[in-house]
Design a protein around this ligand. Structure first.
Ligand SMILES: Nc1ncnc2c1ncn2[C@@H]1O[C@H](COP(=O)(O)OP(=O)(O)OP(=O)(O)O)[C@@H](O)[C@H]1O
Ligand SMILES: [Mg+2]
Length: 299
C-alpha cells in the first residue's frame, strides 16, 4: 500500500490553473503559460505521503534547489524565471514558489549514482548489474562505485515505483543524440555536486535530475540536489555493508518502524501522524542539510 494518507485539495488562486498535485509539490500554470511550482511541507516516507507536515520543509528545499541551480549555472541552464509570488497567491507560498519556464520534459528520470544502494543494490544482487551496466563483484550496500554511473528510470504515477531502464531503452525512447546529452549532463552535474558536498562532509550517494527542452535547448528542470531528490549521507557515519542513515528522514523512519508508532510497515493500514519531537528533529535535519551544504545560515 502507498500513496497519500490524506490527499490535499489544490488551492484556488485567481489567474492560476492547477495542473497537478505531486507527492510534495503542487503545480500551477499562469496566464503566460509559465509553470508555478509550490513546494509544500509534505513528507513522503516508505512510499506514503504522511498526514503530518514538517514546517518550513518546502521553503528549505526550494532555497537549497535555488542555491544549487546557481552553483551549476555554467554547466546547465535552468528553468527558474523568478521567485516572485503570483498576484493573489497566499502569503504562505513565499519562499516555496518558483516561476519556471514550461518545458517539453524528457520522459526520463536522469539518475546518477556514485554509491550502491536502494533499487541499484537490489538489481546488483540479482545480476551484478545496475540498469544493465556490469559492475565488479564484491560490492555491498553503501559501496562507492568505481566511477559514477547513469541509471535512468521511467517516471511512474504517484504511488508507483519508477522503473529502472537501460541506457539503450532511453536511446530508443528519446533518440541516441538526446540520450547521450542527458547522460553527459547528468554525470557532469553529479560530479560537480558530489565534490561540493564532499567538501562539506556529506556524501552524495545518488541523485535524480529532470531535463526539458525549449527551442532545442536542453534545460535543467524540476528540483535539484535536495534531500527529496537525492541521498545525502553524513560522511563520518558512512559504513559500507549496512543501510546508511538517511540525512533527513532517519527520525521519521525510526519512529514509524518502532513499536511506539503502532504501525506495521508491511500491513494494510496507512501510517499514523508524527509526534512533535519527531517533527522538530526532522525539521532541524532539513535546516542542517541546507546550512551544511550551502555554508549559509537558515533564517
Ligand atoms: N520546467 C518544467 N516544465 C514542465 N514540467 C516540469 C518542469 N519542471 C518540472 N516539471 C514536472 O513537474 C512535475 C512535478 O510533479 P511531481 O509529481 O514530480 O511532484 P513531486 O512532488 O516531486 O512528486 P514525486 O515525489 O511523485 O516526484 C514532474 O512531472 C516534472 O517532470
Ligand atoms: Mg517529482
Amino acid at each position: 500500500m502507498s500513496g497519500f494518507v490524506e490527499k490535499p485539495e489544490p488551492l484556488q488562486v485567481p489567474g492560476l490553473t492547477h495542473l497537478h498535485t505531486g507527492k510534495v509539490r503542487d503545480l500551477y500554470q499562469n496566464a503566460d503559460g509559465e509553470l508555478i511550482m509550490v513546494a509544500s511541507d509534505r513528507i513522503s516516507v516508505y512510499d506514503w505521503v504522511l498526514p503530518t507536515e514538517i514546517p518550513d520543509k518546502g521553503r528549505v528545499l526550494t532555497q537549497l534547489s535555488l542555491w544549487w541551480f546557481d552553483q551549476l549555472a555554467d554547466l546547465a541552464p535552468n528553468h527558474v524565471l523568478s521567485t516572485e509570488l503570483p498576484p493573489g497567491a497566499p502569503a504562505d507560498w513565499e519562499g516555496r514558489t518558483l516561476v519556471c519556464t514550461s518545458l517539453e520534459m524528457a520522459p526520463v528520470e536522469c539518475v546518477a549514482r556514485g554509491y550502491l544502494t536502494g533499487s541499484g543494490l537490489a538489481e546488483y544482487r540479482q545480476s551484478r548489474t545496475v540498469c544493465g551496466l556490469a559492475l565488479p563483484e564484491g560490492l555491498v550496500d553503501g559501496s562507492e562505485l568505481p566511477a559514477p554511473i547513469f541509471t535512468p528510470a521511467t517516471k511512474a504515477a504517484v504511488g508507483d515505483h519508477d522503473e529502472n531502464v537501460s541506457y539503450e531503452e532511453v536511446a530508443r525512447q528519446v533518440g541516441p543524440e538526446t540520450a547521450a546529452r542527458l547522460r553527459r549532463a547528468t554525470l557532469d552535474i553529479y560530479a560537480r555536486a558530489r565534490d561540493i558536498a564532499r567538501g562539506r562532509g556529506i556524501l552524495l550517494a545518488d541523485t535524480k535530475f529532470e531535463f526539458g527542452f525549449k527551442d532545442g535547448e536542453m534545460v535543467l528542470a524540476d528540483e535539484v540536489l535536495t534531500p527529496d531528490s537525492s541521498r545525502f549521507w553524513p560522511a563520518d557515519l558512512w559504513r559500507p555493508g549496512q543501510a546508511q542513515p538517511s540525512f533527513d528522514k532517519q527520525f521519521v523512519r525510526d519512529h514509524l518502524t518502532s513499536p511506539a508508532s503502532g504501525w506495521d510497515r508491511n500491513g494494510e493500514l496507512p501510517p499514523p501522524g508524527l509526534p512533535q519531537d519527531v517533527v522538530d528533529a526532522t525539521r532541524a535535519k532539513y535546516i542542517e542539510a541546507y546550512e551544511r551544504l550551502t555554508g549559509l545560515t537558515w533564517s
